[in-house]
Design a protein around this ligand. Structure first.
Ligand code: MN
Length: 665
């Protein structure tokens, strides 16, 4: 406010925070291209090489635009080294890099640079500054120094694309690309002592602190895989949240203090946003080794069930109060500030203080799309049936359930049999990716049946009994306060399966299998549409096509415009004989012949009625069509999906079958 009041446009910062002003908490590499004759693409290339170079010494590298011509690469470090130590460390890394990359230099004087990119490490000296993240620049176009992801840098055309108009919007929709930066701090790679401690295997067992007596007494260490004694550990301020599916699913929050982990069980999980309060019951102190414990505790033992590391990182107490404290978690999975308030005995109240920067539950997103392939890809994949129904995302927000179609329409009312959050799930907050299907008597998805359910405008309850829909869940993107989209599929699957109650609801897990070829053969025999291969370590990308998922269809299909119809005869006299088809290829239409089978009576009736309103005298294609004299041309309004065996030499479908009107819901 003070700076705004002074009409201060640009903010430039030193590299440390007030409490530790002589200990920087990051190292910056400022990439400064020459005045002329340098393209942004070349600069990007250098940025990516430097990133890889720094990663080889175990740094995690963040990037931002400067708002000028350059880029800042920033590696977070533990705030315990002097400026001189940090500068020496940066200089060593940069010198190695410049020696291998002759297009770069450490010469600060312009006349010595000779068209090379300056890797400016001199900013890391005391009293030097860099432009702050999100600061505007006093330049043409009001550019802003914008933290971005490496994927965004890859696609970025010009540095000035981040400016007063675009940067704020980016933060509101995508979140802060540097949000978790403090969770990635590491010791300097030249600090041999810190490195050695990290690599030293746990050795001398020392006496269990008295605090851990209760922990020991409750467990039989011949039976549980949980860690036994506290090892010689370097003290710090680490935290872990574990997802613990004991007799009841709950989360355990553990904060490191005085050589042990202070622990709380949180039955309903970490509060996802301000205003939500959660009960936290303090439990016995745990040994530090529990920070990384993951595994199955045998059923009959104390706390029997699965224990997963859900989030981990460092924490700091931000405020202490008479009846509790405020603390901030900084980690790769969770970065947030909370308040812990003692009520009575062991019962505490946990509240989130700050708003999430990216509100997953508040912004409905489009689901991920799959690449397609002709053959089943082999390697690190799992395989699932491709369900032929309505693609949807299920949003569970504090126990309230909403279903959104892939075009973001709320279709919850249509499917009352699926609006059963309590019965179906054992969690309060989540986003699931799924397909809603109706099944035929063989248990195969029947697209026509489910689309009827979607089109129904009333009597939802009656329809849900007459023609029940089932929801096949196949991914989990957010769970109890933590986004999962950057976790590998194998992990998302575990937590998805663990979140659904086995029971009498219409929710099912879409099973995945290891043998893709066998599944594909079975799909062919059963007449299922196809299969999906999912990369085991693949991420989830909202609204984008990715080769982490690959669909392999049993039969080829294409989406085509219906450009006309031929008059029918016999039983079809009142309707039409066949549809004339054309595929959109860029700006052109390519004629694909006619399709005359695959329609049921309802579809014949519905389509002919709709066609009567869009008849045109203009033929939409230039090529000669089959049966042109008997054809009535139509405006380009409807698209349909057609299945076929191959495309003939003259460009038309062989054995085409009408599948469906493209669902534009
Ligand atoms: Mn527990």
């Amino acid at each position: 406010m003070w700076l705004a009041n002074l009409a201060c446009l640009e903010l430039h910062q030193i590299h440390s925070i007030a409490e530790k002003s002589d200990k920087p908490d990051y190292i910056v590499y400022d990439l400064d291209p020459p005045e002329e004759g340098y393209t942004f693409d070349k600069l990007k290339e250098i940025a990516f090489s430097l990133k890889e170079h720094l990663e080889r010494s175990n740094y995690h590298v963040f990037v931002k635009t400067t708002g000028g011509k350059g880029l800042h690469l920033v590696t977070p470090i533990d705030a315990k080294y002097s400026f001189t130590e940090c500068f020496q460390c940066a200089k060593k890394l940069a010198t190695d890099f410049v020696n291998k990359h002759p297009e770069t230099t450490l010469h600060i004087k312009k006349e010595h640079r000779k068209g090379r990119v300056l890797i400016d490490i001199y900013r890391n000296r005391p009293s030097q500054t860099i432009v702050s993240p999100y600061s505007l620049r006093g330049r043409m176009g009001a550019t802003a120094s914008t933290p971005i992801t490496w994927e965004e840098l890859e696609g970025l055309k010009e540095l000035s694309d981040w400016n007063i108009n675009t940067t704020l919007e980016r933060v509101l929709t995508e979140g802060d690309a540097w949000e978790s930066i403090r969770g990635w701090a590491v010791p300097l790679h030249t600090d041999k002592k810190a490195q050695a401690v990290k690599e030293l295997p746990p050795n001398k067992k020392h006496k269990t602190p008295e605090q851990l007596q209760e922990y020991e007494e409750k467990r039989d260490f011949n039976k549980t895989p949980e860690p036994l004694l506290s090892e010689n550990e370097t003290p710090g301020s680490r935290f872990v949240i574990q997802r613990h599916h004991a007799s009841h699913l709950h989360y355990d929050l553990r904060l490191e203090q005085d050589g042990v982990l202070k622990s709380w069980a949180i039955p309903r999980g970490m509060p996802p946003k301000p205003g939500v309060k959660r009960l936290a019951v303090q439990t016995e102190d745990h040994p530090l080794k529990y920070l990384t414990f993951e595994g199955e505790i045998p059923k009959q033992e104390y706390g029997g069930g699965m224990m997963w590391v859900y989030a981990t990182g460092r924490y700091e107490i931000t405020k202490t109060k008479k009846e509790g404290f405020y603390f901030r978690l900084s980690g790769k999975q969770v970065s947030a500030e909370y308040r812990m308030h003692l009520m009575k005995g062991k019962e505490w109240l946990l509240e989130r203080v700050d708003s999430p920067q990216q509100d997953f539950l508040g912004n409905v997103m489009k689901p991920m799309l799959a690449d397609s392939a002709k053959r089943v890809p082999l390697g690190d994949y799992e395989y699932e049936v491709k369900w032929d129904g309505i693609r949807a995302l299920i949003y569970l927000n504090e126990g309230e359930l909403k279903i959104y179609s892939r075009n973001l329409n709320d279709i919850t009312d249509q499917f009352p049999e699926l609006n059963v959050p309590e019965e179906a799930f054992r969690i309060n907050n989540a986003i699931f990716d799924c397909e809603i299907v109706c099944l035929d008597s063989d248990g195969k998805a029947d697209f026509k049946k489910v689309i009827k359910r979607l089109m129904t405008k009333k009597n939802f309850d009656r329809e849900s009994k007459r023609s029940p829909a089932y929801c096949y869940l196949f991914d989990c993107l957010y769970l109890d306060g933590r986004p999962l989209i950057n976790d590998p599929w194998a992990r998302r699957k575990w937590w998805m399966m663990d979140s659904v109650r086995a029971g009498e609801t219409n929710y099912r897990i879409s099973e995945s299998m290891e043998d893709g070829k066998a599944l594909f053969e079975a799909a062919k025999k059963l007449g299922v549409e196809g299969i999906i291969a999912k990369r085991i370590d693949g991420k989830y990308t909202f609204g984008k096509r990715s080769n982490d998922w690959i669909k392999v269809k049993v039969k080829e299909t294409k989406d085509c415009w219906i450009i006309g119809f031929t008059q029918g005869d016999g039983e079809r006299e009142k309707y039409f004989g066949s549809l004339q088809l054309a595929e959109q290829k860029g700006k052109n239409l390519v004629y694909r012949g006619r399709v005359g089978t695959g329609f049921d009576d309802d579809m014949l009736k519905q389509l002919s009625k709709k066609f009567s309103e869009i008849i045109t005298s203009e033929k939409p294609i230039e090529e000669e069509a089959h049966e042109e004299k008997r054809t009535v041309w139509l405006d380009l309004v409807f698209k349909c999906e057609v299945e076929y065996s191959m495309i003939t030499n003259n460009g038309t479908f062989r054995d085409p079958v009408f599948k469906k009107i493209i669902d534009e819901t």
